[in-house]
Design a binder for this molecule. Structure first.
Ligand code: OAD
Length: 231
């Protein structure tokens, strides 16, 4: 029998916005005038790998310079009372740096590289970037350990299983437009208490059964976590 309740949290770029990392679909979501979809694809990699590496090297530098914010820290604090399982679409490491101990990265991790020959060979980058000519032990070019548009999301099955275990389910800082990640909201069981935190929830997008907190995560989440810890 479970002794502690399970809180499953689906996060997106919005939770890192207050750490200074830009969202994808916000007004500032461009890179050198390109939309993300133009650089984060297998086609872009085949056409111009150097540009793709440059894009991720730039984003990696931004991640390294960023620090977790009050929302990341609140989720880590919730572990005092709940089994917290974070499922993040983010490729940054801010949940881990805030102290969350169970983080599943649906779309990969920018601080890791992987072999272009064997996708199972994942290599932590430490402080390094990836440059053309950087090879895996098999001799093939290293690529960022991230999921590109059009690629499979290998962690999805595990994420759906986690979501189905939720007593409490939170959706924080995501536009819920990218699939299959967005489908996870349908995997939470009907009995779970559900919250959606986003300062910009369009009225037509309200999720049935979810309590909507229309505020930045850095303000709304510490308050919600405080209440949950006091219950
Ligand atoms: P989006 O940029 O699509 O959405 C970010 C959401 O965060 C928006 O709904 C904002 O309203 C909200 N937001 C902004 N500031 C916030 C704050 N302070 N607190 C809470 N919410 C805030 O980012 P994602 O939904 O994460 O995929 O995008 C999903 C996927 O699309 C990404 O993982 C990435 C991207 O293409 C891949 O790279 C495969």
């Amino acid at each position: 029998m479970k002794t502690r309740r399970t809180c499953v949290v689906l996060t997106g770029a919005g939770i890192s916005a207050e750490s200074g990392l830009r969202t994808f679909r916000g007004a500032d979501g461009l890179w050198e005038g390109h939309r993300l979809e133009e650089v984060a694809t297998p086609q872009a990699w085949a056409r111009d790998p150097e540009a793709v590496l440059r894009f991720y090297n730039w984003r990696r530098a931004e991640v390294r310079a960023a620090a977790p914010n009050a929302a990341h820290r609140a989720l880590a604090a919730l572990e005092a009372r709940y089994e917290v399982r974070v499922i993040t679409q983010n490729i940054d490491d801010l949940h881990e740096r805030a102290g969350s101990t169970h983080v599943l990265h649906l779309h990969g991790e920018i601080l890791k590289a992987r072999s272009t020959r064997d996708p199972e060979r994942v290599i932590p980058l430490g402080g390094r970037d990836i440059h053309p000519g950087d090879h895996c032990p098999l001799g093939s070019q290293l690529r960022p350990h991230v999921v590109w548009f059009g690629e499979a999301v290998p962690a999805m099955a595990e994420a759906a299983e986690l979501a189905a275990e939720a007593d409490l389910f939170m959706v924080i800082g995501t536009s819920l437009v990218v699939y299959p990640a967005a489908a996870l909201v349908d995997c939470a069981p009907p009995h779970a208490a559900k919250y959606w935190i986003n300062p910009d929830i369009p009225p037509h997008a309200r999720l049935p059964g979810f309590q909507c907190l229309a505020a930045p995560a850095g303000a709304a989440l510490p308050e919600l976590v405080r209440k949950l810890l006091e219950e």
